[in-house]
Design a protein around this ligand. Sequence first.
Ligand code: K1U
Ligand code: ZN
Length: 167
Amino acid sequence: MALMKILQYPDPRLHKIAQPVARVDDDLRRLAADMAETMYAAPGVGLAATQVDRHIRMIVVDVSEEKNQLMTLINPVIVAKDGEAVHEEGCLSVPGIYEKVTRAELIRVRAQNLEGESHEFDAEGLLAVCIQHEIDHLDGKVFVEYLSRLKQDRIRTKLLKQQRETM
Ligand code: K1U
Ligand code: ZN
């Protein structure tokens, strides 16, 4: 397994649209394992393939306290949504920035697993927030895009300055 580099906002590659996964094979399973290792090391509770510059529709998520409930979702789709909830979100591609975002409270998700089998499940709370945040990444959307233009500009300026200082 290997740690992968996480793209940092405002990298334009974060806005690429991820393509559907056509075949679940050993290469994909290796990428999923590397993404999980990268997420746990960060540490984070989710990671989308987009964030490691792989533009395919796969995410990893683990919102458990014990870090023992890893979910790998391939071609995830939200098939139903209900309610609204506001949560504070962070993003491994936007380090040090935490902002409130309104999203659906309950979602029903359809996805394939690492055996290529399709399944559906309901999610709420942090799991629902995290899955919506990660699917946004696959669609080229970063959570700061829910904020005002002014806040987005401030975040962009702050992160570009940080990136220049650590070069
Ligand atoms: O997509 C990402 O960058 C991962 C992101 C997922 C997320 C967290 C919170 C709300 C929405 C989406 C993160 O994991 S940010 C780091 C974080 O929130 C966290 C890190 C360690 C323990 C608990 C949370
Ligand atoms: Zn993110």
